[in-house]
Write a protein that binds this ligand. Structure first.
Ligand code: YH5
Length: 282
């Protein structure tokens, strides 16, 4: 298993003894800006990013399209209008900047502007996605999704969810390696909530070790505030912080090396306590 992730300007320590890294979520979407239908103004986005960094975020994941189940598709132009100013403004914030996109044109623009990582919920499947990231040395998060954000939660079915997700990720990793992309840049993600029932999500969570064993790549887990947490605790999205922190710890205990979260301060505290209690901690 590789002990670091090549991530643009950064080389992130992800050994088994290192504390898992916290990726703070920065949504630049209308539904993330509480009091109007407008998209988040640049100032609020920068404030939120600075706050997450002060709270201990190890990296920032900038997203311009909501991929919540059934959320509307955003045009290329609109996504660029949301993501690019934020990316330029945060370029020298001292932390690796990830961009959450499945559009090759956004990947190219983001990398030209200095993004350190591309986080693709579609596993770099779009025509042109591999070419878009090939020439750079950015980190790559390869996520599993069944179908697409509009239809994925209709009736997800798997023969064996752990097997199917592992096979999908292996196929993507192999295709990317065949295109000349170094494995040192890759991390994998089972895609919690992306075409999965609660039972599927829990089956994956309990078996992250299988993905790790089979693919030998660092694993990123994103469960923060998702419906699976809501179903387990019976609470609306604004009351899911403690449940989300617990999910992040469980993922870490099962071998996740990066957790993607909204509640950065609470997650960092929890991971510090967990890390100190480990027999083999660095
Ligand atoms: C992920 O798991 N998820 S966007 C619905 C929610 C709350 C949060 C109903 N991008 C992932 O965060 N990238 C997203 O409440 C991601 N892994 C990676 N790598 C969906 C999301 C969310 C959806």
């Amino acid at each position: 298993m590789q002990e670091f992730l090549q991530c643009g300007r950064y080389r992130l320590a992800l050994g088994p003894k290192d504390r898992p890294l916290v990726m703070g979520i920065l949504n630049i979407t209308p539904d993330s800006f509480s009091d109007s239908g407008q998209f988040m103004p640049l100032d609020s986005a920068l404030d939120r990013a600075e706050q997450m960094i002060a709270e201990g975020a190890d990296m920032i994941d900038i997203g311009g399209e909501s991929t919540r189940p059934g959320a509307p598709v955003v045009s290329l132009e609109e996504e660029l209008r949301r993501v690019m100013p934020t990316l330029y403004a945060l370029r020298d914030c001292g932390k690796p900047l990830s961009v959450d996109t499945y559009k090759p044109e956004v990947m190219k623009e983001a990398l030209a502007a200095g993004a350190d990582m591309i986080n693709d919920i579609n596993g770099f499947n779009a025509p042109g996605a591999l070419t878009a990231v090939n020439e750079s040395d950015c980190g790559l998060c390869i996520m599993h999704m069944q179908r697409d954000p509009q239809t994925m939660q209709a009736a997800p079915v798997y023969e064996d969810v752990v097997r199917n997700v592992t096979d999908y990720l292996r196929q993507r990793v192999d295709a990317m390696a065949a295109a000349g992309i170094s494995r040192a840049r890759m991390c994998i993600d089972p895609g919690f909530g992306f075409g999965k029932t609660l039972a599927h999500n829990l089956e994956l969570l309990k078996n992250l070790e299988v993905l790790l064993q089979e693919l030998q790549l660092p694993l990123l887990a994103g469960m923060s505030r998702k419906t699976m947490i809501g179903m387990l605790i019976g609470k609306p999205v604004e009351q899911r912080a403690a449940g989300s922190v617990a999910a992040a710890l469980v993922a870490a205990a099962h071998g996740a090396r990066i957790v993607r979260v909204h509640d950065v301060a609470a997650t960092v505290d929890a991971l510090k306590v967990w890390q100190a209690s480990r027999q083999d901690a660095a």
